[in-house]
Design a protein around this ligand. Structure first.
Ligand SMILES: *Cc1c(COP(=O)(O)O)cnc(C)c1O
Length: 433
């Protein structure tokens, strides 16, 4: 498979280059040259395949012969080696629980696939790479865990001091080895600015090969299709009609992966773009105007994005035809008050605990169902224990800590404090890595 840069169609690269570079010239996103369709027989008989076989079928065309099939099979098996159950919340709404991986958020899937592909490619190159990433919470943990002890790769994570939850912080700081956590005395935007400066600094780039691990990277984006297939396999056990799917969205990588799977032949009735008060896309779907906004801080902090980078890929999938986009996707914006109310109501009525991100999706789906008598599922993107403050605020009790987390919480935090001053990051990268 070849990938072209959406900002410069002349720039065409293979999967390996797209994975190592992350993005193209002018920060353009890479996009597959063609959409490989699923065999009809495969989609109709998902129940005859194991989850690993489904994952392999899903990914093989995007990787081609750049990774031998035996190794790709191992990679996809490790990518999904935790359960991804579709759980019933009530008569009409299920939740696809994507939070049973090592860092309790769906980002584990993309991070595990990407880290293994990158590691495979670097073996033959004899190259050392530094993954530099800024996080507002979940990305850092998934990336740290995905790349932990991976040969030839160092990971440097910048996170804003006092602005991530305790669980999130431990996931970034307690691993050690090839993972360094820089605790920045500033905001997430400061962290992101420092990372951007590092990517354009000549001296750093002459000494280190830097790459990013955010959802712009095709190796993080594409494997997210896998669980839409795994969801459908489970859905078809009890349901005849196609599902409506609500995706809690920030940078829109997750929704975009679902739409890609739909264009390849996955049966989906309708998609719901569920957003918090950062409502650029719901506004666009209503007005056809894309107005980038300043980010507002909300309870569902992983979706606090004012300029969603993957949306351009969604438009490309629909051939840039606004009406087609608007026919297939409905957008809703849900504020913090309604988010808390949903956590409370769903817990009381159905004894099911939503995290704030899934609560946004649940509320959006209920709104959509007011005018459309359908059934569907939401993507449960994070475990509620990752957001204890919001959960406690909503139901006045705290969520139980899973066993894996109890161990982690006992480990020592190891971070290096820096001020939001590029000179400090630069000194660290040039002398410590
Ligand atoms: C990152 C994240 C999202 C947003 O996903 P996008 O692919 O950026 O739209 C939603 N929920 C949780 C818990 C996340 O960590």
């Amino acid at each position: 498979m070849k990938y072209y840069n959406l900002k410069d169609k002349e720039e065409v690269v293979d999967f390996k280059t797209a994975t190592i570079k992350g993005q193209g010239k002018e920060k353009g996103l890479f996009f597959p040259e063609y959409i490989p369709l699923f065999e009809k027989d495969f989609i109709e008989n998902l129940d005859l395949y194991t989850d690993e076989e489904i994952a392999y079928q899903c990914m093989k065309d995007f990787v081609g012969d750049e990774i031998p099939s035996e190794i790709l099979k191992e990679i996809v098996s490790e990518t999904i080696n935790f359960e991804i159950p579709l759980k019933k919340i009530n008569e009409n709404i299920c939740s696809l629980e994507l939070f049973h991986g090592p860092t309790l958020a769906f980002k584990d899937v993309g991070a595990r696939f990407m880290s293994r592909c990158l590691s495979y490619f670097l073996k033959s190159e004899n190259k050392k790479v530094t993954v530099l990433v800024a996080t507002s919470g979940d990305t850092g943990g998934a990336v740290a865990n995905g790349f932990y002890k991976t040969e030839n790769i160092n990971v440097v994570i910048l996170y804003p001091k006092n602005r991530v939850s305790e669980v999130q912080e431990k996931q970034l700081t307690a691993l050690g080895e090839n993972i360094s956590a820089l605790e920045v005395d500033g905001s997430f935007d400061d962290c992101q600015n420092l990372v951007k400066q590092a990517f354009s600094d000549i001296e750093i780039n002459s000494k280190l090969f830097l790459t990013s691990a955010n959802s712009i990277n095709v190796a993080r984006w594409l494997p997210q299709q896998i669980y839409y297939l795994l969801a459908l396999k489970q859905w078809k056990k009890t349901e005849k009609d196609k599902p409506v799917i609500a995706v809690p969205s920030g940078n829109f990588g997750n929704l975009c992966a679902g739409i890609l799977a739909y264009f390849r032949g996955l049966p989906v009735e309708h998609f719901i773009a569920a957003c918090n008060e950062n409502d650029v896309i719901p506004n666009y779907l209503e007005t056809e105007k894309l107005q980038i906004k300043e980010t507002v801080a909300t309870l569902s902090n992983a979706m606090d994005v004012g300029n969603p980078s993957n949306f351009v890929r969604i438009l490309t999938l629909f051939g840039n035809k606004f009406q087609d986009v608007a026919d297939m996707i409905s957008g809703y914006s849900v504020d913090d008050e309604k988010t808390l109310a949903a956590i409370k109501n769903v817990h009381e009525k159905y004894n099911y605990l939503l995290d704030p991100h899934a609560a946004v999706a649940y509320t959006a789906m209920e709104k959509y169902f007011k005018n459309n008598a359908k059934k569907g599922f939401i993507l449960g993107t994070a475990h509620p224990v990752k957001f204890p403050q919001a959960v406690e605020k909503a139901i006045h009790i705290s969520a139980d800590l899973p066993k894996s987390l109890e161990l982690l919480m006992k480990k020592e935090k190891k971070s290096i404090e820096i001020s939001p001053d590029f000179a400090e990051l630069k000194r660290f990268l040039l002398t410590e890595i």
